[in-house]
Design a protein. Structure first.
Ligand SMILES: C[S@@+](CC[C@H](N)C(=O)[O-])C[C@H]1O[C@@H](n2cnc3c(N)ncnc32)[C@H](O)[C@@H]1O
Length: 226
């Protein structure tokens, strides 16, 4: 599905979100500011897609960033952007559910709008925990549940009616933009996701609502003694 829409993915992201998606990704970089400032740190961006978050992380500090995704056409677009920006940012083709890295490799790990697409959210979070060093931080950016019923109703109409229509027309793949609202509605809300991240083994799990809860940014830490 992502291979089919790769060519139009960035355009649609920015268009359908009114560019808010860029602000959300910058928020991830700000949240991980301390780690990104460390030139010895290595940060893994899982399900990096066309590389927007990987590049935002790279541009926000001194840390080394590695992007990984299992969809080659998305990675090809990321590679073009990385090369145009002159960034030194390795991109790896691989599965978020079986990351090709040994345990305790990274100071931080991120996943933006990727967790919802995995066949098991829990297995995805477990993999993030496994590859983090003790004390390492995870940042998960994902669509979530709007905080007020009014915003929730507006969001539902936009997401289930307008977005599949425009997304389908522009990308040429109606099913991909039908899948998007379906996958968001199935995904755990802020509280449920916090519980899941904690159950998997992260500590100090907190979240921040973005744009009234349309998206949420969850962060957690791998315990030092784990
Ligand atoms: C909605 S895009 C998000 C891309 C990017 N993180 C962003 O913020 O725009 C979801 C990405 O998850 C990737 N993905 C889905 N399942 C995956 C898996 N099991 N392993 C690796 N990547 C996966 C897709 O290929 C796609 O690039």
């Amino acid at each position: 599905m992502f291979a089919t829409i790769a060519g139009r993915y960035d355009l649609l992201n920015h268009l359908l979100s009114g560019n808010i998606d860029k602000r959300w990704r910058r928020m991830v970089a700000t949240t991980l500011g301390g780690t990104l400032a460390d030139r010895d740190a290595v940060v893994l961006d899982v399900a990096c897609g066309t590389g927007d978050l990987s590049l935002a992380l790279f541009e926000s500090g001194e840390a080394r960033i590695v992007g990984i995704d299992f969809c080659r056409p998305m990675l090809d677009i990321a590679a073009t952007k990385v090369s145009k920006s002159g960034s030194l940012l390795p991109l790896v083709e691989g599965d978020a559910l079986a990351l090709p890295f040994v345990d305790r490799s990274f100071e931080a790990a991120t996943i933006a709008f990727g967790l919802r697409n995995l066949t098991s959210v829990e297995a995805g979070v477990k993999e993030l925990l496994r590859v983090l060093k003790p004390g390492g931080r995870v940042a998960i950016l994902e669509f979530s549940k709007p905080r007020t019923p009014f915003l929730g109703s507006l969001f539902k109409i936009y997401f289930t009616r307008l977005l599949p229509l425009f997304g389908g027309l522009i990308s040429g793949s109606k099913s991909a933009y039908q899948y998007l609202p379906d996958s968001v509605l199935r995904f755990p809300d802020q509280i449920e996701l916090s519980k899941l991240i904690t159950q998997v083994g992260f500590e100090d799990v907190t979240f921040r609502n973005l744009t009234g809860g349309i998206a949420a940014l969850h962060v957690g830490t791998r315990p030092i003694d784990s």
